[in-house]
Design a protein around this ligand. Structure first.
Ligand code: IMP
Length: 175
């Protein structure tokens, strides 16, 4: 990470604290029910693996593969790959996202998942960039709101690198 200039936006501890809070809230909201938790690959994997361990209601896990980014800008075209291993019909589905930027990926995924006939469909995102979209009403659980900066770490990548960093770092663009 020599040539990349960054600053810590959320430390490992700050993330762990917020993830535990979200997990408690989700557990309360779904008390007495069971859940299908769907992770949008690959960025949500680390967030998902932490948050499911804070959720106390019974749940099943599955993943959707999506991609639309190259470098730090959206390609505007989204490819999805979902094998529907778990039947979503009449299930409470919770979609886990790493970050909502333009919201294009989210809209695409929600349309796809609604076709699966779930009993309910909610969205939990670790990070939200509200300045970049008008879709905050679609987000049921938000870890942190951030501005338009590009971030890496805790699952988030820059050209597939840095996903393993334990904190979330803002990439400082050189002018
Ligand atoms: P959207 O479709 O523009 O909302 O983009 C959502 C997807 O773009 C996320 O799931 C990430 O994979 C990627 N993305 C958006 N912003 C960032 C960022 O700041 N860092 C890393 N990936 C990002």
């Amino acid at each position: 990470m020599d040539e990349l200039k960054t600053r810590v936006l959320f430390s490992k501890d700050a993330i762990a604290h917020r993830v535990a809070e979200l997990g408690r809230q989700i557990s309360q909201d779904y008390q007495g029910e069971s859940l299908v938790v769907l992770g949008a690959l690959k960025g949500s994997v680390i967030f998902l693996s932490d948050i499911v361990r804070s959720i106390t209601v019974p749940l099943q896990l599955d993943f959707i593969s999506v991609s639309s980014y190259e470098g730090t800008t959206s390609l505007g075209q989204i490819t999805t790959n979902y094998s529907f291993n778990i039947d979503l019909t009449n299930q409470h589905v919770l979609l886990i996202e790493d970050i909502v930027d333009t919201g294009l990926t989210l809209q695409h995924l929600l349309a796809l998942l609604k076709d699966g006939g779930p009993k309910s469909l909610k969205v939990c995102t670790l990070l939200n960039k509200p300045e970049a979209h008008q879709l905050s009403h679609l987000l049921d659980y938000i870890g942190f709101n951030i501005s338009k900066e590009f971030v890496i770490g805790y699952g988030l990548d820059l050209n597939e690198n840095y996903r393993n960093l334990p904190s979330i770092l803002q990439v400082i663009e050189e002018s």
